[in-house]
Ligand binder design. Structure first.
Ligand code: MN
Length: 477
């Protein structure tokens, strides 16, 4: 088995994509009739965020630039601000290292090189931002990106007075933000290159986990192997805290890897994804510690896999994600009826949310710069309070360029299955004797990242084995 190398887009493509993103967004903003004449006169300020110092050390927590700032500027250094004056175009106010910075942290990127790399109209030192803002006092202004500039202006070489002159307008901010969020739903070619690179790194980490895991190893030791696999392949870090949960821990949806050892006969649920140049992947695989699944593990695995593949096959432009979620709910209910855990007709079970006892989360979410990316709900749609829907993170008609996760699961969650109210409500829906005998069984989730295309979909994380035979072949080595 070979794992492809993670590739970065070249400088020309990156610059062209950034220029196109900013130009496209301006066109969208200017076409918004509700903004009226407001935009021509407005100033848009997009800070990238400041570092968060670690108490008692001279270091800071891992820095992550605000996604909107990075999306528009192409740069992720802390303490920088991208601005738009419609008359003058886009200016990046860039961090310039002092002598002391150079001694302790190294030099900053040269100003001219940043203008060339990111294709902005101009780049100026951050120290000039205050004067620039002062010259625009009284104009309507929108603050996008990180709002920490309001609490810590000094971090951006500003004093509070520099911002007070601008007329920040909540309505303008809301409108501009809404269009930016909508634009970010559709991934451009450079973003897709980076998401493919993240998927390659995720493959390396999951492969390391599947091949190195042995009975007796702790969840924590397995997590270290997976994260190391990501980073050896070129990822900068895990996109989120890696979940490596064995036995009953697999039914804790966001479990932290701990000291529990992997045991023969148990499974391991690994929910882990690599981050590459700020872009995330999010992948779950569930596999046996032993060389083969047990009969009940294989039966539940086949239900989840079938539901997952059906949902992926259903993805296409125009399809409502919520419908895929409900189809998955029916698939889980039907599978559990066949297994003997649920009783009754599938439609009725789903209507009463009986499936949500075993699938207590949504089918998936948008993914991109954020693991749970922005814009999951179409304008005007609100989250449902129903148990089977309230954790659904997307309610949106699918469009080519969306990247979503498809991640059904079946779990035996004691907190749900031992809840008196739920047992009463679903008294006739569940074979409680069987459910009670499986309280420590754990759970299975299978998750891929899927690009919606004009003709259907493309699974970005398809190289990571999920067929039971492929998994057993890897576990037998
Ligand atoms: Mn996910």
């Amino acid at each position: 088995m070979t794992i492809r190398a993670a590739q970065r887009p070249d400088a020309d493509r990156l610059r062209a994509a950034l220029v196109a993103r900013r130009a496209g967004l301006r066109t969208t903003w200017e076409a918004d009739d509700d903004l009226g004449a407001g935009l021509e006169d407005a100033v848009v300020v997009v800070p990238g965020g400041l570092v968060l110092p670690v108490e008692g050390s001279d270091q800071h927590y891992g820095f992550r630039a605000h996604d909107d700032h990075y999306y528009l500027s192409g740069t992720r250094a802390p303490g920088q601000v991208l601005v738009l004056d419609p008359e003058e175009g886009w200016t990046l106010f860039a961090f310039v290292a002092s002598q002391e910075d150079r001694v302790w942290h190294g030099d900053s990127a040269p100003i001219e090189a940043q203008g060339e790399a990111y294709g902005v109209d101009s780049v100026r030192p951050i120290a000039e931002l205050g004067t620039w803002l002062g010259e625009r006092a009284g104009r309507p202004a929108a603050l996008l990106g990180s709002h920490d500039v309001l609490e810590q202006p000094i971090g951006y070489d500003l004093h509070p007075g520099h911002l007070e002159g601008l007329a920040f307008d909540a309505d303008l901010i809301g409108r501009l933000q809404g269009r930016l969020t909508a634009a970010r739903r559709i991934k451009d070619d450079v973003e897709l290159d980076l998401m493919r690179a993240a998927a390659v790194c995720s493959h390396a980490g999951h492969h390391a986990g599947m091949t190195l895991a042995r009975a007796g190893m702790t969840e924590r030791a397995l997590q270290v192997e997976i994260d190391a696999g990501f980073q050896r392949a070129g990822a900068e870090r895990p996109a989120y805290g890696t979940i490596a949960a064995t036995g009953s821990n697999a039914a804790v949806l966001h479990a932290h890897p701990g000291a529990r050892p992997l045991a023969e006969g148990d499974m391991v649920l690994v929910d882990a994804g690599a981050e590459f140049d700020g872009y995330d992947s999010d992948v779950t695989r569930t596999w046996p510690v032993s060389a083969t699944f047990t009969a009940s593990q294989r039966a539940i695995y086949d239900i989840v896999l079938d539901v997952q593949r059906t949902a992926i096959a259903g993805l296409a432009p125009g399809v409502e994600y919520r419908d895929l979620h409900m189809q998955a709910a029916r698939g889980v209910a039907a599978g559990l009826v066949d297994f003997g855990l649920l009783r009754g007709d599938v439609e009725g079970l789903v209507e009463r949310d009986a499936h949500a006892l075993f699938l207590p989360h949504g089918l998936g979410h948008l993914i991109g710069l954020a693991t749970h990316d922005v814009g999951g709900y179409a304008e005007g749609r609100e989250r449902s309070e129903r148990p089977g829907l309230k954790f659904l993170r997307i309610d949106l008609p699918m469009e080519a360029g969306h990247v979503v996760t498809i991640e059904p699961g079946i779990y035996f969650v004691p907190a749900l299955l031992q809840d008196a109210e739920l047992r009463h409500k679903h008294h006739d829906d569940v074979n409680w004797e069987l459910a009670d005998s499986m309280l420590a069984w754990g759970g299975i989730r299978i998750e891929d990242d899927v690009l919606v295309t004009e003709s259907g979909s493309e699974v970005l994380t398809a190289d990571i084995p999920k067929l039971p035979d492929e998994i057993e072949a890897l576990r037998a080595v």
